[in-house]
Design a protein around this ligand. Structure first.
Ligand code: TA6
Length: 304
């Protein structure tokens, strides 16, 4: 459905509207008393969330592409069915196909001071060409004073031997005033793969992770709630999670950011990815008929 059809079907004047961008992407605009948000059907991509009285909580690059088939830089990319480069010997786009697919909006409603949306993604010619057919994704987005993101994956195959194995992530770009003055707590003593140091397996000794260089860490076997202490921004962003055993922390820093066409060169200090995920040995395998749900609940303290 295009913006006009969704507007006719789901709009609530003054709270929930729909529009089609000049580049042909359809997006929902939430303007509730509790918060505002923007969600594209492209990639089921939440690009903006701002509780009332606060600053935006998600970073969105001013240079991001907003075009069919292209990933959006910032917000919360939905990563499925692999994380990073495809690593099963076959070809496929970085971070899988879900973040550049056109999702369907199946449900949208205002409940109290929250707006609930449900987006779904099923098999397509592209996914089948990549070897993915019998799956369905349902992504529940609840916009309010907190932001709830819940991804359910179903193996819809009837063939008894058709397991569905996948990695997944909510690759969230959080907005910070200055990453050089921010820390992430919740990962003390947690093992991680250090992607900037030869994928070495390490254990975080410090209570809170500070940022002094490009950082790209895949924390393993962790269900912990993380908190970004955005010291310069005088606020904390808490990320609680359910159904996730991996947390990825990433900032490209100056040198890598300068090579990214969809990122302003001086924007990297204003973003920090803390990603709710299941990757590597925490990848999920579903037997036919099974489902798996991963949820992140984001809240903000301070920064008023
Ligand atoms: O989550 C961190 C990471 O895997 C980094 O290694 C970097 O590649 C980042 O994702 C962004 O990936 P993208 O394909 O969106 O540029």
């Amino acid at each position: 459905m295009d913006g006009a059809e969704l507007e006719a079907r789901f709009a609530v004047p003054g709270v929930l509207g729909f529009e089609t961008t000049d580049s042909g992407l359809v997006r929902a605009r939430v303007t509730a008393a509790s918060a505002e948000a923007t969600i594209y059907l492209h990639g089921a991509h939440v690009t903006h969330w701002m509780p009332s009285g606060k600053e935006p909580v998600l970073f969105l690059s001013e240079r991001t592409e907003l075009a069919a088939g292209r990933p959006i830089r910032g917000g919360v990319p939905v990563i499925f069915p692999w994380f990073g480069p495809r690593h099963d010997g076959r070809q496929g786009p970085q971070h899988g196909f879900a973040r550049t697919a056109e999702w369907a909006l199946e449900f949208a409603a205002v409940a109290g001071d929250e707006v609930h949306l449900l987006l779904t993604l099923g098999p397509s010619a592209e996914s089948r060409a990549l070897g993915y057919d019998h799956f369905r994704l349902a992504y529940r987005v609840i916009v309010g004073r907190t932001l709830t993101l819940e991804l359910t994956v179903a193996n819809t195959s009837n063939a008894m031997d058709a397991v569905l194995a996948f990695e997944e992530a909510m690759h969230a770009y959080y907005a910070v005033a200055d990453v050089r003055e921010a820390t992430v707590s919740g990962l003390a003593g947690t093992a991680f793969l250090d992607k900037v140091d030869g994928m070495q397996e390490k254990v975080q000794a410090e209570a809170a992770l500070a940022f002094t260089q490009r950082t790209d860490r895949v924390y393993r076997h962790t269900t912990a709630t993380c908190a970004i202490d955005d010291i310069a921004g005088k606020r904390k962003i808490r990320i609680e999670k359910m159904g996730s055993h991996t947390t990825v922390v990433w900032n490209p820093w100056s040198e890598l950011a300068a090579t990214m066409a969809d990122m302003e060169p001086d924007a990297w200090p204003r973003m920090l990815c803390v990603e709710t995920a299941n990757v590597g040995e925490s990848a999920v395998t579903l037997v036919p008929g099974a489902t798996h749900t991963m949820r992140a609940t984001v809240s903000v303290e301070g920064g008023d």
